[in-house]
Design a protein around this ligand. Structure first.
Ligand SMILES: [Zn+2]
Ligand SMILES: [Zn+2]
Length: 341
């Protein structure tokens, strides 16, 4: 049989030679440091916990910063807690906890408090962004006749892609975007990002690409450091345009990494053009320069439209059932009119 060294009572269980009552009497079961510093990025407002930066509500961040620093004595388990936060000034918060604790099966309560101080800081991503850090340049260039629209589309695709990828990796960002004659330069935080964007644009636009590394120095451990420029030259044609290929005329329907789908203007049948053959495609008429005409009448698989400039009636092959009054796109190829469906 044991007895308590303080009160002399017999007891089955003891801590430090004392019965549970004597041991608990006036004892601080949990402890917090006098103050806790909470780094906050002055640029993006995220808070630092350990080596991670996180976006969260100020109140939640203050609570979390304090809660993670609560230390309980051995044999003490915190089973529940309630928190109250009192703002002393926008950078100083008093955080108090009411805690339920379990000590060797006995339920008891405790309280502790600390001061959380918000410290201005700059997170790694912002410091790189603010410092104009970049590892790669994506140069999007139009060929002589590429419509500005294509460059805008390529830039929008780039920005969307970076936005998507940065959700899971905050180190991926666009440092800056510069309009230059013939296109746009996009400065990027990572070589991997540059490579993936280059591939994405090449596939979407069937663009030609070129990669040129440049030695910019050495890391502290003597490794060569490179910056890579990815040149993406957009082709002059664009889906919707009328093109010439192997002596025939087609509407360019769409492009992908494998090549293009084109629609024969004589037969209205689709065919594929492989990526390797795409440099042989020649632009004939841009989509924006196609003429508009109105269907006057139809008969069999033909329809009649009024010539948009000389007002004569023109017979055209009809790709599908069309009704008088419908508007169609037509193109003039060597004085012959074709319907562009
Ligand atoms: Zn005792
Ligand atoms: Zn930041």
């Amino acid at each position: 049989m044991r007895f308590c060294v303080k009160c002399g009572k017999d007891c089955d269980e003891s801590i430090d030679g004392m019965c549970l009552d004597c041991w608990l009497d006036g004892r601080e079961l949990t402890r917090l440091p006098h103050h806790v510093d909470l780094p906050m990025c002055t640029n993006c407002g995220e808070f630092q916990f350990g080596d991670r930066w996180q976006a969260m509500d100020l109140q939640d961040a203050v609570e979390k910063a304090a809660e993670t620093r609560i230390e309980a004595l051995p044999d003490v388990t915190v089973t529940d807690l309630a928190v109250s936060v009192e703002e002393q000034d926008p950078y100083v918060y008093k955080v108090s906890f009411q805690l339920r604790c379990d000590v060797m099966g006995r339920q008891t309560e405790d309280s502790c408090s600390t001061i959380v101080r918000i410290k201005n800081n700059v997170c790694r991503r912002c410091s790189r962004q603010l410092g104009s850090y970049y590892e790669a340049i994506l140069q999007i260039r139009s060929s002589k006749d590429t419509p500005k629209k294509a460059v805008d589309e390529a830039l929008a695709m780039t920005e969307n892609s970076v936005l998507r990828q940065s959700v899971n990796n905050k180190q991926l960002f666009i440092t800056k975007t510069e309009l230059v004659p013939g296109g746009v330069d996009v400065y990027l935080s990572s070589i991997t990002l540059g490579r993936s964007l280059c591939r994405e644009l090449a596939d979407a636009f069937c663009a030609e690409t070129k990669e040129s590394p440049k030695l910019v120095g050495q890391t502290s451990d003597g490794q060569d450091m490179y910056r890579i420029t990815y040149l993406v030259r957009l082709p002059e044609y664009h889906p919707g345009d009328v093109i010439q290929f192997e002596g025939r005329y087609y509407k360019l329907v769409r492009m992908s990494g494998n090549g293009a789908k084109v629609l024969d203007l004589l037969t209205f049948k689709e065919r594929a053009v492989s990526r390797a053959d795409m440099p042989d495609i020649r632009l004939h008429t841009r989509f924006d320069d196609l003429m508009d005409a109105t269907v006057v009448s139809t008969s069999g698989d033909e329809l009649q439209v009024m010539h948009p400039t000389n007002y004569s009636m023109v017979e055209l092959k009809m790709p599908a059932d069309m009704e008088p009054g419908e508007s169609v796109k037509i193109v003039d190829i060597d004085d012959v009119m074709y319907l562009v469906p």
